[in-house]
Design a protein around this ligand. Sequence first.
Ligand SMILES: [Zn+2]
Length: 457
Amino acid sequence: MELETRVDGLMDGLRADLERLAAIPSIAFPGFPPEPVQQAHDLVAELLRDAGVPHVERLDLPDTAPVVYGQIPAPTPDAPTVLLYGHYDVQPPGDQALWLSPPFEPTPVEGGLRARGIADDKSNVIAHLGMLRVYEGRPPVGVKIVIEGQEEYGSAFDTYPPTDPERFACDAMVIADLGNLRPGTPTLTTGLRGAAEVTVEVRTLDEPRHSGEFGGAAPDALLALLKALATLHDVHGDVAVEGLRRDPWTGTTYTEEEFRSLAGVREGLPLIGSGSLGERLWSGPAITVIGLDAPAVEHAASAVVPYARAKLNLRFHPLQDPREAQRKLVDHLRALRPFGIPLTVTPGDTGPGYEAATGGPAYRAALTALKEAWGEEASYVATGGSIPLVNGLAKAAPGAEVLLFGAQDSMCNLHAPNERVLFSELRNTVIAMSAFVREYAEDFAGSDARGRQGAGE
Ligand SMILES: [Zn+2]
């Protein structure tokens, strides 16, 4: 109760700081001005200093925006250290005509604010700040705070942390770049699917040939490609490529209605695939055709198509090896001979998935903290999207427990027009983070957690 009252008293100030931060168009994509990125960096550093973080430095890594790095030493030798992660850069706003208000003018909406980046991830930067204010800069744990400036465009954190492990050494990390399954449902994300890309192409003729004169016998590249793509799924829409891991999903998931509405599925249409949504979205594979090179309908000539190409995006089980998963898809395609025609298959980028170990003291503390904040038991979910930096940070601090929670929710239009954040979620996230460090410090002091960790798992 005391903590709630304290956080409520801080909310006006946190809202004002969130509005300041969200008014800065800190887009770290090529072609956008670098000054606002710098400005957002400076504001975050200033807010942390003002919140009592004694050591705040600017970390300049190659080919990325400056990182804000702050440190608060552990208050006692037996207190744990918690690393807090967030990012201050944002996605470009996209088509401004689709926005109901200018993307960099934070605008009130029911229960919250609308602006680009106000949820992803400035809400969570402010939530970290809120926790620090609750403890007036002296939380019961040691803190390392890392606020990155180029997460949305090729994060340096995918690869950098393991090269500087001392800087990221900690007992637990709160990677706050996501949020709840739905507003009001406290959520810990424990799994992230991996991702891989594969390109497949077919050349059958030197040039297009009159479809009246040649169609019927000349091998059609587009037909061959479509026939190949059609083998990737069975009649139900489940992935039909052998060797891609699929396990039952044991956590919570969306209701079908929620999912339909989130995905914008047209009235009366079925979803594809079978089994639970969690299994289809999180603990099983998905293959999406994300691009196709073929003549456009508008410019279509009456000719047999000599060349066609498709780009496939594969999402796979959090624990499947990325190269292995990619190879399964590549092998599947290479083995095909649509109409007897071989395909040229080229593997592209891969990114590993992630599955958190949920049995340690930080998870216990987080479950208590999230329940205190939202008044109900936390749910475990996964996400189909990948956050490669989670692996980067986890590799740098291999003994640390990794917690993924925050002030976003799945209905806040991330990366889409009219992004918004809810004050209820922001407030509860501040409470959850504050309660988490309190619970974790108590549990840690009262146990031999450190010894257990040193012994390895
Ligand atoms: Zn983000």
